[in-house]
Write a new protein. Structure first.
Length: 521
């Protein structure tokens, strides 16, 4: 069945609009002559709605999001009493439970974030709360006991830290993965089928957001197998890229596994394991991102997780074996370290330029260096707003650095390929929410815009979720609605070109087309 769309705002991508668009029987965008040759023609009146290229999320964690959805949801709780009540009720309702996992808690929540606070509500089993930055855990005493963190000398960590009180006893806050894993590695594991169900739940959320392709930017042992199992049952509707997580302590031991699994994954037309994820630094909320000027709160400069020699060697090994490198770097010193290491590593695979994810604090010189090295920037536009997550970093960074975060317009002005993503479940998978903040630098009418000089146009925001995302993912031939491309498209319930902030905030995805098929039907 061929399709003819008209009567609305039709954006092809790369700044181009048309009055009508044709799709052939195979789900390929075509010209009018090809459409007219079809035996079955379907007319679609958009009635003033908007048709745009489908979205790609270049840095997300759908399996983690699905797993979190299987646990206790505490996202909407913003005070200690309500949090404690929810934990206690959940425990009492599940008497056979041996481990209580909940997500995500607001790091700006009032009250003492200590193990003793959680003990008041649940003390007989481990309680593990994931923070909204997903780089912090808040746990009770039982969790620390099970991990052996109260019975012996604390272990030496490659990065991150275990917060302690004046007596040197852990408070219940664990920062960054080396510390968090001391508890998380002991959590009861999902069965393979439980994980498949978690992934399928997450996929439906992505479809509702207008997403047709997603990169899972944190693949540990056992996670690629979930995608393979779902694919073997023909359950997946979207395309996925998988990025294996590089652990500085075990990278050389893990690399044969990356090679083995990538070969299996790459046999699927829906799946590709073509990237390796490196964590260069931490996050601003824990003052662990690497900065060139010290944090106001701790006078420290944050942390680098890799030595320069080790990172260059690891990046080179990845490049030599055909992997794209996908580097988490948030602070300006972290971004500089990542760029310098990229410049000294072996040449990258053709079509898979290096990626720096987050790049929250940058300078014009860093952007120029990124352009010189032909590096992709993977940004999360939803974070560029004055909400609790951003404002919780003020005490660490001060007003000037806080204001300069997420310089997206400057990045585009430096002629960099800037692709957007969500980092879900750190924040919402909603692409329209991300576009709203990119255009207005606000996620709510109740808060002032964050550095509005860095706002970008609607078209630039859509391109960052489509054509630029495809460039980052190595799909250079995709991401627009020009003739010859698959009809991967999204219908939005209104013409965003005519809407103000309130209109953007209430806009909805009505249809998500992949190769001509509406996945939301």
């Amino acid at each position: 069945m061929s399709q003819h769309f008209q009567g609305g705002s039709i954006y092809l991508g790369l700044g181009s609009y048309v009055d009508e668009l044709f799709v052939d029987d195979q789900g390929i965008v075509c010209d009018k002559n090809t459409f007219m040759k079809s035996e079955t023609q379907y007319e679609i009146d958009l009635s003033g709605k908007m048709l745009v290229p489908a979205f790609r999320d270049t840095h997300s964690h759908p399996l983690f999001a699905g797993r979190e959805a299987q646990g206790l949801n505490i996202t909407s709780i913003h005070n200690i009493d309500q949090l404690g009540s929810a934990l206690k009720t959940h425990r009492e309702s599940n008497p056979s439970m041996t481990w209580l996992d909940a997500a995500v808690y607001d790091r700006s929540i009032s009250g003492a974030q200590t193990r003793q606070t959680l003990d008041e509500y649940v003390s007989d089993i481990p309680v593990v709360l994931h923070a909204d930055d997903h780089h912090t855990l808040w746990v009770n005493t039982k969790a620390l006991e099970v991990a052996g963190l109260l019975q012996s000398e604390l272990p030496s960590l490659s990065a991150g830290r275990i917060d302690v009180d004046e007596q040197g006893i852990p408070t219940g806050i664990l920062r960054e993965w080396p510390a968090m894993s001391l508890v998380m590695d002991l959590a009861p594991a999902n069965t393979l089928q439980e994980d498949v169900q978690a992934l399928l739940w997450a996929e439906q959320q992505l479809i509702q957001a207008g997403i047709v392709e997603c990169q899972d930017a944190w693949i540990d042992r056992g996670m690629a197998e979930v995608y393979l199992e779902a694919d073997s049952q023909d359950l997946l509707k979207l395309d996925y890229k998988l990025a294996f997580r590089a652990d500085v302590q075990s990278f050389n031991d893990d690399f044969p596994y990356f090679l083995e699994l990538s070969k299996k994954v790459n046999e699927s037309p829906r799946l590709k394991a073509q990237a390796i994820k490196f964590f260069v630094d931490g996050v601003f909320g824990s003052a662990t991102a690497s900065v060139s000027e010290p944090y106001l709160s701790s006078k420290s400069f944050g942390e680098l997780n890799w030595s320069e020699e080790a990172l260059i060697e690891a990046l080179s090994l990845a490049h030599q074996n055909g992997f794209q490198v996908h580097i988490h770097a948030i602070g300006d010193a972290g971004v500089s370290f990542a760029l310098n290491s990229i410049g000294k590593a072996s040449p990258r695979p053709q079509g898979l330029n290096p990626v720096i994810a987050h790049a929250e604090l940058t300078t014009p010189n860093l952007l120029a260096q990124a352009k010189q090295l032909d590096v992709n920037l993977c940004m999360q536009p939803y974070w560029a707003q004055n909400n609790g997550m951003l404002l919780s970093c003020r005490d660490h960074l001060g007003d000037d650095r806080l204001y300069s975060l997420y310089a997206i317009k400057d990045m585009l002005g430096a002629d960099l390929n800037v692709a957007f993503s969500s980092d879900w479940p750190v924040s919402t998978p909603s692409v329209l929410a991300g576009i709203t903040v990119a255009v207005f630098r606000q996620g709510s009418a109740n808060m002032p815009a964050h550095n509005p000089a860095q706002a970008i146009s609607l078209e630039q925001a859509i391109d960052a979720y489509s054509s630029s995302a495809c460039t980052l993912l190595g799909n250079n031939e995709l991401g627009t609605l020009i003739p010859g491309q698959p009809f991967d498209a999204v219908v939005i319930d209104r013409n965003l070109k005519e809407e103000d902030l309130d209109g953007f905030l209430t806009a909805k995805v009505l249809a998500t087309y992949k190769a001509g098929n509406n996945l939301l039907v």
